[in-house]
Design a protein around this ligand. Structure first.
Ligand code: PHE
Length: 338
């Protein structure tokens, strides 16, 4: 038995063969087990010697099988290693990292500027009450000024805010009659508009409001000039042109000297040397009064920046729809602006 088993063991080529052999010889139906069973047919005095011999055989076979297993295992590992060559010079797969959206970059940049000037950032609901979006902003029901901002109404009382002036009206009401108020109000706003390269039914505003004693138009101008310089370059100057907003009086349209040509005239500024960047004005006495302030004692200024417009000017983007169609190739170009 031993000779036969050992020679078969020699011929074993794989771990599977080995396992088969093990069951064949050492298993319950194998020859060794048969020998054990046949012991009872022997005379009593021969049994111990016979038993010892069988046991020795069993152990010898088991040991031989174990040795062979070690050899075979090593062989299989070596074969696997041969097959699975790993090319460590191959480049790794780069994970796709996200980056900050250009509008978020601009919004944060403006916020940071104003935080540096002591403003706090306030947010509000995008589904807003007519009351804060219009009435408190001195735009009563049925007033033609409402046509200036084509509105998505939800029902008679609620709408999608058309400007973040609505946040400012909430702040005024909440803090009244405390002064000074210095807040910056960023957020999405909505207007019924046919989308094209310069119009979007949803866009982003960053509006600001300051209320206190002796706040004057020159304070507004100084503040906006500081901001324009930080955003578009230290050589920029700004100018005011008269405008009209229901919630400010006087109201102004603010232009910044063109950052592309320095004011000489180029395609970006359509040859004028100036670029319109925002609307602003002194808070209307009615707005202050409705919120519980005495317009004889306090005054304030407000301004509204369009984040898309600033981003388009700063980064030379020619179509507002790029911000919303989320073409990954467009978004990726802003990694370096972080
Ligand atoms: N709310 C105005 C708009 O959406 C912008 C603005 C804000 C103008 C504050 C004046 C003062 O067009």
């Amino acid at each position: 038995i031993k000779q036969e088993a050992l020679s078969r063991l020699e011929a074993c080529e794989s771990l599977a063969d080995l396992q088969e052999l093990r069951v064949l010889y050492l298993g319950k139906k194998g020859p060794i087990q048969d020998l054990m069973k046949s012991m009872k047919d022997l005379p009593k005095e021969e049994r111990p010697a016979f038993g010892q011999q069988v046991n020795a055989l069993k152990q010898a076979l088991a040991a031989a099988i174990d040795d062979k297993r070690t050899v075979l295992e090593e062989k299989e590992i070596n074969e696997r290693l041969q097959q699975e060559k790993i090319d460590i010079t191959l480049e790794g797969r780069k994970p796709n990292l996200g980056n900050i959206h250009p509008l978020t970059l601009v919004q944060k940049e403006i916020e940071d500027l104003f935080i540096g000037l002591g403003y706090s950032v306030e947010e509000g609901p995008e589904v807003e009450l007519d009351f804060y979006n219009f009435e408190r902003a001195n735009i009563p029901k049925d007033h033609p000024a409402r046509d200036m901002q084509d509105t998505f109404y939800i029902d008679v009382e609620r709408l999608l805010r058309t400007h973040t002036t609505a946040i400012q009206m909430r702040v005024l009401e909440k803090d009244s009659p405390r002064t000074p108020i210095k807040v910056i109000c960023p957020g999405k706003v909505y207007r019924r508009d046919d989308d094209d390269a310069t119009h979007s039914h949803q866009f982003t505003q960053v509006e600001g409001l300051v209320v206190g004693e002796n706040i004057r138009l020159s304070d507004l101008k100084g503040t906006l000039e500081f901001v324009a310089r930080r955003m578009f370059g230290e050589k920029r100057v700004i100018r005011f042109r008269p405008s009209y907003f229901q919630f400010t009086e006087p109201s102004v349209e603010v232009d910044v000297s063109c950052h592309m040509c320095g004011g000489k005239g180029c395609p970006t500024c359509k040859g004028t040397g100036w670029i319109e960047i925002l609307g602003a004005g002194m808070v209307h006495p009615n707005v202050l009064r409705m919120a519980g302030y005495d317009p004889e004692k306090v005054s304030g200024f407000a301004f509204g920046i369009g984040a898309e417009r600033v981003a388009m000017l700063k980064y030379g983007i020619d179509d507002i729809r790029h911000f919303y169609t989320n073409d990954i190739r467009f978004l990726k170009t802003f990694t370096r602006f972080e």
